[in-house]
Design a protein around this ligand. Structure first.
Ligand code: EN5
Length: 380
């Protein structure tokens, strides 16, 4: 088992005690291989330019047909092109960190990195590294063991930039997670969720009862709640960085990054701020748009899902802020809102069957496992 992961600088449960906190292996820049890893016949490396419509379309199609599904293969993520541009072209992005593999011009493998600054366990401990995402191999060539090659190649391209750590998440368990969380869901359109098999009715329940249970007011309650604008960037950056210090794992954001990640983009990211008095922002909420394709259903092709991003409350009660997030998402036409933590029991979030595992590459934590509530990062 884990033929590949055994060879990697990852803490292994048995030898966890022997390791010192910090990097597991010290990297040496001069020893990093200069040329790409070898690929088998006809396969070739290809740096994807997402600004190019044709290449963006190729990535979109590969992911739409081959990326993450739930355990019963009923739903598959359907990231839009505009979403991929948002997720993968942040400030400071490197052209060779969007790694493709092609056969006869057709994209069959993909993996991405973006540059991040991650704080680990204490405020002083700040590490420049990469956030890895969108590892995908076409279903027809899953037997070729391409995934380890994609991982090794992007690792090499990160090492060349003198970075030696990575952060990533996965639905599956490989050596060795630093935290495990559950997905929590909040229904916004009970009828449709039942019709597509996303949720089910218990014996004593009816659709109309469920609809009543999940009913929401028409308008948000918090005075001064409005979409975020460019002029809010400085205040949102302060609120965000201050709030994130409460966690054991969090990114440090520059204003330029906040502008990129939070300014609303239609059908990609929604951010609302609370402007209490004239010009003073006290709270904000945000969620992103990640629909799932419904794999076999005669009536519906998609579930419109909003995923909670970062929510910061200094003046508004957090439960009220999140309640407003539900109303806003509902009014934007979403069927469901996802979230990772459990504090909104009152708002009728329920655990789903999906797990999310968090990983740090080439880093040993002081406390081997972090609690879900200690994790301050959201990967899209
Ligand atoms: C990339 N870096 O499992 C990593 N989704 O609970 C991505 N379940 O939608 C890793 N199986 O529980 C992603 N409904 C890993 C997640 C992959 C996708 C996944 C789960 C998350 C999910 C749904 C549908 C299950 C269908 C059968 C689920 C029941 C919960 C209920 C819904 C209505 C409101 C109350 C709760």
């Amino acid at each position: 088992p884990h033929q590949f992961w055994q060879t990697q600088p990852m803490p292994n449960i048995n030898e966890m005690e022997k390791l010192q906190p910090g990097p597991i292996q010290q990297g040496v820049l001069a020893e990093v291989r200069k040329d790409p890893l070898n690929l088998i016949d006809k396969f070739e490396w290809f740096n994807v330019d997402l600004r190019n419509d044709e290449q963006a379309q190729q990535v979109y199609t590969l992911l739409k047909e081959n990326y993450v599904e739930d355990d019963d293969n009923m739903f598959r993520f359907d990231y839009s092109i505009e979403f991929l541009r948002w997720a993968l072209l942040p400030p400071g992005q490197y052209a060779d960190w969007l790694v493709g593999v092609r056969v006869n011009q057709k994209l069959v493998g993909f993996i991405t990195g973006i540059p991040v600054t991650l704080h680990i366990e204490n405020e002083q401990n700040k590490v420049k590294m990469t956030e890895i995402n969108f590892l995908c191999v076409h279903k027809k060539i899953r037997a070729n063991r391409l995934a380890p090659v994609l991982i090794k190649e992007i690792t090499r391209r990160v090492h060349i930039k003198n970075m030696w750590q990575a952060v990533y998440t996965a639905g599956i368990v490989v050596p060795t997670p630093i935290s495990q969380t559950r997905y929590y869901h909040r229904s916004l359109n009970a009828k449709k969720l039942i019709e597509v098999g996303f949720s089910s009715l218990s014996a004593r329940q009816t659709i109309s009862r469920q609809q009543k249970l999940y009913k929401l007011p028409e308008e948000p309650k918090t005075p001064g709640l409005r979409p975020m604008k460019k002029k809010d960037v400085a205040q949102v950056t302060k609120l965000l960085n201050e709030y994130l210090k409460n966690f054991k794992l969090y990114f440090k954001y520059t204003e330029e990054e906040v502008k990129h990640w939070f300014i609303p983009r239609k059908d990609v990211i929604s951010t609302y701020v609370v402007e209490k008095e004239q010009g003073i922002v006290t709270d904000f909420l945000s969620f992103y748009n990640l629909p799932s394709q419904v794999i076999k259903n005669p009536k519906y092709t998609h579930l419109k899902a909003a995923y909670s991003y970062y929510n910061v409350a200094t003046q508004t009660p957090i439960v009220q802020l999140m309640h407003d997030a539900l109303i806003l998402a509902k009014n934007e036409g979403y069927d469901i809102l996802w979230i990772m933590k459990n504090f909104q029991r009152k708002l009728m979030f329920c655990p789903g069957d999906g797990q999310l595992n968090y990983y740090l590459y080439n880093w040993k934590l002081e406390s081997n496992m972090l609690k879900p509530e200690e994790i301050g990062i959201v990967l899209v």
